[in-house]
Design a binder for this molecule. Structure first.
Ligand code: DSN
Length: 421
């Protein structure tokens, strides 16, 4: 334990012990929630630094508080690295996380009541893409498109064009949190151009894969704005990043501050800068390719053992098992059964799910976190076996207890970055 942790332990053992418990949980289990990852020790150092003490409203060279010599340097480096990594004209590194990031884009370009054409939530879209329960869903008018699940999750661009001509969106939005395929961004751009709409892609889940050029980059297709959180496949601190064409810089920056937020969290911005440096290294490309290879291996092993996957497979880091169709088990029961053996997933609605969100028809799995620990395709096949055996017999207490021991022993072979053994 380092000196600060010892100090915390002495002062507040309840909290320090809980942090230690979480460290053990992260080491002892297989993390398969596709939006989670283990960040770098260097990022943890930036997050735990004195930058958390500093207010920095404004932007480099134009702040509302003094004492910005070092924060200006950090934010400028973060912006430059983000632009280079994603081939963007401008970057705003201040969004506190994914939700304010997307809200800022809407307010930069839309007036209340304007129409956005976005992916249906049950087909993989995200809450911040205008779900009726979100505030954005009340301020703007969100119209929906779906994927063709029986055709491997393809987007019907003829249908999308017709829908765009009908609803005349001001913004065409693509992006997802549970769609296991890649997008044809050029085709989305064509639809948007036809109706004079702006284009936005939320690549939060695949930010690291795009940075590594392992998946398509919407900036290359001429998108106006691309958003991504920094903590998922990118492996950075929790936070948001807005990338855009240079001509949109002022609108985006004003929408983030003073439009929506106050002072940025400069410890996070420093962590993001370190993350972008890491993502530009050759090793990161190897890492991103392994995330994809692991997802394909996991999908194949699950399918071979009788699991029904939404869209039939995956082209990215995530996959969705229809657990009701495969095992007669709803998503919550499946998630809880896997929790009992130390494999963490999350319950997930499937396209046009007839079941409620807290008892949906499936679970969502992903490979970024396991890949960070060094797991490969053979490990994915082993994990798939544990998953299928558990979901087939979730009430077999003896088998579950034995498997939990096996999972813990397996995990000890894969240290977690940033957590001392
Ligand atoms: N919570 C993230 C996810 O799991 O996809 C996105 O908000």
């Amino acid at each position: 334990m380092d000196a600060y942790r010892q100090q915390l332990h002495r002062y507040d053992p309840d909290i320090e012990t809980a942090i230690r418990g979480e460290e053990e949980r992260q080491c002892d289990g297989v993390e398969m929630i596709p939006s989670e990852n283990y960040t770098y020790p260097e990022v943890l150092a930036a997050l735990g630094s004195v930058l958390t003490n500093k207010y920095s409203e404004g932007y480099p060279g134009r702040r509302y508080y003094g004492g910005q010599e070092f924060t200006d340097r950090i934010e400028t480096v973060a912006r430059e690295r983000a632009c280079a990594l994603f081939r963007a004209g401008h970057a705003n590194v201040q969004p506190l996380s994914g939700s304010p990031m997307n809200q800022a884009v809407y307010f930069a370009f839309l007036k209340p009541g304007d129409t956005v054409l976005a992916m249906d939530l049950s087909h993989g879209g995200h809450l911040t893409h205008g779900a009726p329960v979100s505030h954005m869903g009340k301020v703007f008018r969100f119209e929906r498109y779906k994927s063709e699940t029986a055709q491997g999750g393809a987007i019907d661009f003829v249908g999308l064009m017709a829908r765009a001509k009908e609803v005349r969106p001001k913004l065409v939005l693509c992006g997802y949190s549970s769609y296991p395929r890649d997008y044809d961004y050029a085709a989305f751009k064509q639809v948007a151009d036809e109706v004079g709409a702006l284009t936005m892609a939320d690549i939060s889940h695949i930010g690291g894969l795009v940075a590594a050029d392992a998946m398509r980059n919407p900036m290359d297709a001429g998108f106006d704005v691309v958003t991504t959180t920094t903590h998922k496949s990118l492996r950075g601190p929790r936070g948001g990043l807005i990338l855009c064409k240079a001509e949109h810089a002022k609108a985006i920056d004003s929408a983030v501050f003073p439009g929506l937020q106050g002072g940025p969290h400069m410890n996070n911005v420093a962590g993001a800068a370190v993350t972008f440096k890491k993502a530009a290294e050759p090793d990161f490309k190897t890492y991103a390719r392994q995330i994809l290879a692991n997802a394909r291996a996991l999908a194949k092993a699950l399918t071979d053992q009788g699991a029904a996957l939404v869209t039939g497979g995956t082209d990215n880091h995530l996959l969705v098992i229809d657990t009701v169709a495969s095992f007669g088990l709803d998503g919550r029961a499946a998630e809880e059964a896997l929790d009992r053996i130390g494999i963490t997933t999350n319950k997930q609605i499937v396209p046009d799910d007839p079941r409620p969100p807290l008892r949906p028809s499936g679970i969502r799995l992903g490979t970024p976190a396991c890949t960070t620990r060094g797991m490969d395709e053979d490990d994915m096949r082993r994990i798939a076996g544990w998953i299928v055996d558990t979901l087939r017999a979730p009430d077999d207490a003896a088998a579950i207890a034995k498997r939990h021991t096996d999972v813990r022993a397996f995990c000890r072979g894969f240290p977690v970055p940033g957590i001392a053994a």
